[in-house]
Design a protein around this ligand. Sequence first.
Ligand code: HEC
Length: 112
Amino acid sequence: MKKWLMAVLFGAVLVLGACGGGGDDNATDEGGDDTGGETASAAEEIYENNCSACHGADLEGNNGPDLTDVGSKYDADEIADIIQEGTGGMPAQSQVSDEDTETLSDWLAEKK
Ligand code: HEC
């Protein structure tokens, strides 16, 4: 019984550790995941300019919800819709161009 519990806890720590990367240094491109570093940093810049005030500099949430695992909830198309149309308490971000919306939603869809 106890061993089983330890294994579960240990597993959870590993998972949390693996996802905990990020850090607060926005300037460095972590290059991570399977999106190219270039796309990621372009997306990060769009995010910073248009979304970070409400969703936090590291996607951790502020007035708006945490987006760190938004990709497990929505696919890129749905995220693009939310950006362009808004949702609930979020106003439409129509200042973001179609191209930037696509870059940004592809990047966010990888966050799971
Ligand atoms: C003025 C503040 C504000 C800005 C700017 C903003 N959001 Fe939001 N966002 C919110 C709020 C508030 C919600 C919650 C809406 C609700 O469900 O009522 C939300 C919800 C979302 C959701 C759905 C989250 C979920 O778990 O259902 C996504 C995705 C999202 N925002 C992405 C973005 C992106 C991408 C940008 C930048 C282009 C952005 N938001 C800019 C306030 C903002």
